[in-house]
Design a binder for this molecule. Structure first.
Ligand code: PAF
Length: 279
């Protein structure tokens, strides 16, 4: 397993792989790896000759410093895990390597980033686009793998790739859940035992609501928010039922050809948890 810290090394590695006719799969991460990341690695290894995983806590996608400082870091453990899963190359740059000069680009995602995460974390997706576009340029990957847990991020990355004519195919991968249904996330490690136990209610309530017939969109939204807000220590930041592609809020349950997705963000103390479910 190669571990690189510079763009030059990764670029050379990728060029060499390509010149040997080997396809490249990229998994961008911010480290603190969990079962969700391992599922991405497995899929990437099945579909590509070379698997590259990047670990970079991208400062430009955090809206506040304390969130960035608190973000879990565990590089030694990450490397151990990745060795076991036969990843070919790990790219762990620092911020100077990724952004040698300030990246002033401003992306336009149309209406995709106006609500939900984009509304509550105003500069977040611009920061995500800056790092993802750089990683795609450096690796020229054939495929890149992202979890469906970050549903809005996935929609924005698909838009970015189309808009900038990248050759990379974006491969969405299903959310991986803990036994009690909580969506796996690096941030789960920041929950207290009590918050962790209570957080299981998020997926329970989403699942129940997604199967419930006979309620309007508004009634469903109220029901989900009430049940979660009634759980000690949890507070809904937003819950939207949206068109599965445009992410515009649904008015009627039956209306969309693209299907509907219920997207939620919940605060457990200082920790923000997001999840979604197809309705
Ligand atoms: O989903 C994440 O972990 C990050 O947003 C990503 C895609 C690695 C970009 O920093």
């Amino acid at each position: 397993m190669e571990v690189f810290t510079t763009i030059k090394e990764v670029r050379n590695f990728c060029k060499k792989s390509k010149s040997m006719g080997r396809s490249i799969g990229l998994i961008p991460t911010m480290g603190a790896l969990h079962g969700g990341h391992i599922a991405l690695v497995k899929k990437c290894r099945e579909e590509n000759d070379t698997t590259i995983l990047s670990i970079f806590i991208n400062p430009l996608q955090f809206n506040n410093k304390s969130d960035l400082l608190k973000y879990p870091r565990n590089t030694d453990k990450d490397l151990e895990i990745l060795k076991k899963h036969s990843v070919n190359c790990i790219f762990i740059p620092d911020a100077k390597e990724m952004y040698p000069v300030p990246d002033e680009r401003v992306f336009n995602f149309g209406s995709l980033d106006k609500r939900m995460e984009g509304h509550f974390r105003p500069t977040h997706f611009n920061g995500v686009a800056k790092i993802v576009s750089r990683l795609l340029q450096i690796t020229d990957a054939d495929r890149a793998y992202f979890g469906e847990k970050d549903y809005q991020q996935l929609a924005i990355i698909k838009h970015l790739v189309k808009n900038l004519n990248f050759n990379t195919k974006i491969v969405p991968c299903p959310t991986v859940r803990e036994k009690d249904g909580l969506a796996m996330s690096s941030r789960n490690a920041l929950l207290t035992d009590e918050q962790r136990r209570n957080a299981a209610v998020i997926s329970e309530v989403l699942k129940e609501a997604s199967k419930k017939t006979g309620l309007t969109v508004q009634e469903l939204k109220e029901r989900v928010c009430r049940k979660i807000n009634d759980t000690p220590g949890l507070e809904v930041e937003y819950f939207e039922i949206a068109d599965g592609e445009t992410l515009q809020p649904a008015v009627y349950r039956e209306a969309s050809e693209n299907g509907l997705v219920g997207c939620i963000a919940v605060k457990a103390g200082e920790v923000r948890l997001i999840d979604n479910m197809v309705f």
